[in-house]
Design a protein around this ligand. Structure first.
Ligand code: HEM
Length: 186
């Protein structure tokens, strides 16, 4: 994955803990880089190792770290680095989710070697939709839950997220039922 992902993990740890904790996580993950370069590609395994090491060092389940990382990605990384792109993504939670299938096509213009996820939306009603998440990578379902939670915070919307199909349970992709109160702009 692009270095910006590992950088964002580092930034999240520094924000909630300290530099010594981050060094400990890196050492346990076997990562020797002093710093990550946003535009360089790093092996996916490095990111997974960082999450596993953070889980060990902080004594938190990996799912909880991935979910927190999803929120951090929306509220800090994307907002601070790519505010205009986020603004163009939509003006409400449902609008942003409906536009999500096209979102990474724009990110790919900046990062041409991106291996993005694929999203689809179905069963849209005034208060809910189904979000389908297809990925080349395993185990990132909790990250997507955190991303949706981050978007709900961004738009100050109450959200409920139910996993209705899961790759871990044998489905070919993850599917979420996302529900919000009436009165949101579709
Ligand atoms: C401007 C904001 C964003 C940027 C710059 C961005 C960029 C990236 C990058 C660099 C990766 C790693 C993939 C790679 O390096 O090949 C990634 C992965 C991912 N992004 Fe985004 N992204 C943004 C917003 C979003 C949003 C809003 C969502 C969903 C709500 C999202 C969902 C994901 C997911 C789920 C992955 C995991 C990759 C996978 O499943 O294979 N991203 N994104």
């Amino acid at each position: 994955m692009y270095g910006m992902v590992n950088r964002a993990v580092e930034e999240m740890v520094l924000r909630h803990y300290d530099a010594a904790t981050w060094e400990k996580i890196k050492a346990q993950a076997g990562v020797e880089e002093d710093a990550f370069i946003s535009n360089d590609a790093y092996p996916d395994a490095m990111t997974y190792q960082l999450v596993t090491a953070a889980s060990d060092c902080l004594d938190l389940p990996a799912e909880q770290i991935l979910e927190a990382f999803g929120e951090h990605w929306i509220l800090v990384t994307a907002q601070e680095g790519y505010g205009a792109m986020m603004d163009a993504g939509g003006r409400s939670l449902p609008e942003f989710l409906r536009n999500l299938p096209g979102f990474h096509a724009r990110v790919s213009l900046i990062y041409p070697n991106l291996k993005p996820p694929r999203f689809q939306v179905s069963d849209l009603t005034g208060t809910s939709l189904h979000l389908h998440y297809f990925s080349h990578r395993p185990g990132l379902q909790p990250f997507v839950v955190g991303l949706i939670r981050g978007l709900a915070i961004r738009f100050a919307t109450d959200v409920s997220i139910d996993v209705v199909a899961s790759r871990e349970q044998g489905a070919d992709h993850d599917e979420f039922l996302v529900t919000w109160p009436a009165a949101e702009r579709l």
